[in-house]
Design a protein around this ligand. Sequence first.
Ligand SMILES: C[S@@+](CC[C@H](N)C(=O)[O-])C[C@H]1O[C@@H](n2cnc3c(N)ncnc32)[C@H](O)[C@@H]1O
Length: 249
Amino acid sequence: MNQRYWDKLAKSFSKDVIELAKEDRNGVLLEELDKLASRRKTVTDLGCGPGILIPELVKRFRSVCAVDFSKKLLAVAAQRYPDPKVTFLQADLTQPIEPDSPSDVTVCSSVLILASRKKRRRVMESIVRFTRKGGTVIVTVPSLESCIHVYQTLVRLRKELGGNNGMSRPEARRQLAAELPSVLDGNVSIRGVLTKHWMQDEITQHIADAGLTVERVRRVDFSWESEIDAAPDWLGAPFPWDWMIVARR
Ligand SMILES: C[S@@+](CC[C@H](N)C(=O)[O-])C[C@H]1O[C@@H](n2cnc3c(N)ncnc32)[C@H](O)[C@@H]1O
């Protein structure tokens, strides 16, 4: 998942990548932003991609700094959201960059997904550097528990509906083992690309280890359609989810 990988996705991003802000069925991310909103506060969106969050941040904060290492994704974001309140910064978060001035609020959505532990640790260090002391960090990451829950639900669908619905248990076992070669590492292969998925305690510990104080952990629920083709309407909670952590520096 290097810069070229993300540059190549610039044209098809909305089709090929789950954009959390769009999928959040209960609006918990916006709810957390509402709690922090202030005309006096600055916000940084680390790993902003094509900038889906930018209009929501512009509404709630004094200024927005949108950071990404993909030139092409930043160009898409800058073209979509040309606003004098927004500055765009091309930077690699695995490098020890120092922001001009750390922000009151830092959002980092679906960026701590790199398979490399070392790179994830460095991104985490950047999250801290971009946030002023006493400031707030909102991080979202894919959930490993949710990934397993989706497979268990596929098995349930086969049992309840029969036919080609869902998956047989042996099929699900095989496919999950292929997608998740090591539960310990938590890297899930998504279209052949290893993507880190986190257990709740694991991401909480990771954030605490970076010196932040975790205030809340919440689930960002998605629709079943985002995970299962032709999911039946009656398939309800627990929905697939990402973890969202709100922490203070
Ligand atoms: C899955 S997308 C998430 C985009 C957006 N935050 C969202 O939630 O829809 C991951 C983003 O992180 C950026 N990214 C990944 N590694 C990065 C790094 N080392 N430095 C800066 N940006 C990075 C990618 O270019 C991409 O835009």
